[in-house]
Design a protein around this ligand. Structure first.
Ligand code: GRF
Length: 218
């Protein structure tokens, strides 16, 4: 199966890229990573792509005087490769309005909180500081305002009293690696329809049970 043509932009370790590469290794998976891009030549995730035989490109943002020039060059390369969906995976650059408009409804992101709570950086510490009992991760379409846009999939994890930002991040990351491929699959299968600012899932099983933290009988 050829599948939906993906580009995955990264800036760092690339564990979500790794999860997407693993999913795409299944010939039945309805998407293929055609290109991995990074704004940093040192991004560890680039090696994962190379090992999987996926073309990589480094766009050093420091070589561009304007953000819009950097974004335009990325768009040109991705359009040349007929990319159909951009899956941001720890890409640490703000994107121009023009870029967001160009790729509207064709670009998703993964964020380590239950959006719309805890946007931005250091969100695990922010969740601990706020005393919430659950945090998690969100795959969402990208809009101009950071960490906004129609939500495709979320996973909730408990926040424990002894958690540090690191232990919570680790618990969330395990779920990120499940829901990012799941979201890509849903989109590639045509199951996600954007209506207004909601992503509606067609004909999908949803959990019936509630999660309570702490356990009621604990
Ligand atoms: C993840 O926590 C993701 O949610 C956030 O950036 C981090 C990237 O991690 N957007 P990795 O590079 O995929 O390991």
């Amino acid at each position: 199966m050829a599948g939906l043509r993906l580009c995955v932009p990264i800036s760092g370790r690339g564990s979500n890229l790794g999860a997407l590469i693993a999913a795409c290794a299944d010939p039945q998976f309805p998407a293929r990573i055609e290109l991995v891009i990074s704004n940093k030549a040192s991004a560890a995730g680039l090696a994962l792509a190379e090992r999987a035989g996926i073309p990589t490109r480094v766009f050093d943002h420091r070589a561009y005087s304007k953000r819009s020039d950097f974004d335009r060059e990325m768009t040109r390369v991705m359009e040349d490769m007929q990319i159909e969906l951009i899956c941001l995976a720890g890409f640490m650059r703000l994107l121009s309005d023009e870029f967001c408009d160009h790729w509207r409804d064709r670009m998703i992101n993964i964020h380590p909180s239950l959006l719309p709570s805890f946007k931005g950086l250091d969100v695990q510490q922010a969740a601990i500081d706020a005393g919430v009992r659950f945090s998690g991760c969100t795959v969402h379409y990208v809009r101009k305002e950071m960490d906004t846009g129609p939500i495709v999939v979320q996973a909730a994890v408990p926040v424990r009293t002894a958690d540090t930002a690191e232990t919570l991040a680790q618990r969330i990351l395990v779920e990120e690696h499940k829901i990012y491929p799941q979201a890509v699959r849903l989109i590639a299968e045509g199951q996600v329809h954007i209506r207004g600012e909601r992503a509606i899932l067609i004909d999908h099983k949803m959990p019936a049970n509630a999660l309570i933290n702490p356990l009621p009988n604990g």
